[in-house]
Design a protein around this ligand. Structure first.
Ligand code: FAD
Length: 367
């Protein structure tokens, strides 16, 4: 059976294809239960810029079940045309059915650039597609651009993250890349925009449905940093793993997640899933609170796009203060519990914003 499957070819492209027919920048929208991953809209924002530079349409591909709403959302976020493949069999992500749809759309509609989020599913899907196309794939890009020859310039850290390599695929189309979440900015959602919707027939081969997704159980351990609106991150200044419970209290009070510097992760105080930075997750929350983190460049590149950055550090010379909108100088063991308490009091209506500031300032002064 396995041998038979191996011999059965998926849809491929011939290497003598006329590549000049390939036009448009396409983003594959990733969704779970009808909710798009923010990286999809961030990629549409960046892809809009590339498409405008190439004078090409911006395309989106939405795969799933009952995803018409997402097709509209893709339009609100900048897409000119949205390909929609809707089937109960596609409700949950599975590699082979999803890659068949992508391969069909690429062969049929010939986008010159295809972009996906560098998430678990995006990496899996992009890799699966690339093996069936005579083209390359740049994984985990942190910068995207196009040149005057319409070549995609996909840049990513290389050689143990010591340099940024720009990778080109000169001979084949589509040019493909996955890109990290949190690096690019989504366009403001604009409900006056509408995109042309093109329905795509599902490419279901019963042979592909060898696994059934029965449901998802959210991990209690793993933080979801990429999608978090608020992140409270701790570093070596915490002095040990125990202090992360203080950060968790503050994160819970703010409805956020706990992040960490690499130093804290390397010391084994918290899992790598929580690491923010160059070799961790790139984040873009509305609020990032850096606690006992010095502000090394490898950390800052992963969080500098946060809307508001608050730094709590006992060293007034710590570089993190240069990137912070608000800095609190003092001992984190005084400040973090006071801040958590003040946030809870504020949420229950018992404290004014000025009262929050006063409580936290007093804690900073060690009172
Ligand atoms: P430190 O630099 O030791 O800072 C601790 C801070 O805590 C100090 O500023 C101190 O003043 C403060 N502090 C101490 N006690 C208290 C207290 N009681 N109250 C308040 N403040 C206190 N780092 C990352 O974070 N993410 C990455 O992805 C990453 N990738 C890397 C990739 C490469 C190739 C390399 C070479 C390095 C990478 N690093 C990364 C490591 C980075 O260079 C720094 O070493 C690391 O970020 C430092 O972590 P830190 O700020 O927690 O620790």
């Amino acid at each position: 059976m396995a041998e038979e499957r191996k011999r059965k070819p998926m849809i491929g492209l011939q290497s003598d294809t006329d590549w000049s027919e390939y036009r448009g920048v396409m983003v594959v929208v990733e969704q779970r239960a009808g909710v798009a991953k923010p990286v999809s809209w961030q990629l549409l924002g960046e892809a809009r810029r590339l498409a405008d530079k190439l004078d090409s349409p911006l395309l989106a591909l939405v795969i799933g079940h009952q995803v018409q709403g997402l097709a509209r959302e893709a339009g609100y976020h900048g897409a000119d045309r949205v390909y929609v493949c809707d089937s109960p069999e596609l409700a949950s992500y599975r590699t082979r059915p999803y890659s068949r749809v992508c391969l069909y759309v690429i062969r049929e509609y010939k986008p010159e650039i295809v972009l996906m989020g560098a998430t678990y599913a995006g990496r899996d899907l992009a890799g699966a597609i690339a093996t069936h196309l005579p083209t390359g794939l740049t994984a985990d890009s942190t910068q995207l651009d196009v040149d005057e020859e319409r070549l995609l310039l996909a840049s990513r850290p290389a050689f143990s993250e010591k340099m940024l390599a720009t990778i080109l695929c000169k001979q084949f189309k589509p040019q493909m890349a996955t890109a990290r979440a949190g690096v690019f900015e989504a366009l403001p959602r604009d409900e006056t925009r509408s995109a042309e919707v093109v329905m795509v027939p599902p490419q279901i081969d019963p042979e592909d449905i060898s696994t059934q997704v029965l449901g998802f159980v959210e991990s209690l351990e793993r933080g979801n940093l990429e999608d978090a609106d608020v992140i409270v991150a701790g570093g070596r200044g915490l002095g040990g793993p125990g202090a992360f419970s203080l950060l968790k209290e503050l994160a819970d009070a703010l409805g956020g997640e706990v992040g960490a510097s690499r130093a804290a992760v390397d010391l084994g105080w918290i899992g790598h899933d929580h690491q923010v930075g160059q070799t961790g997750t790139t984040v873009r929350p509305r609020l990032y609170i850096a606690v006992g983190i010095s502000g090394a460049v490898q950390h800052v590149v992963g969080m500098q796009n946060s809307t508001y950055i608050v730094a709590i550090n006992k060293d007034s010379e710590a570089p993190i203060f240069r990137f912070a909108n608000y800095g609190i100088k003092g001992d984190l063991f005084q400040i973090v519990p006071a801040l958590a308490q003040a946030v809870r009091a504020r949420r229950s209506g018992g404290l004014s914003p000025e009262g929050v500031l006063e409580q936290v300032s007093a804690a900073g002064r060690g009172e």
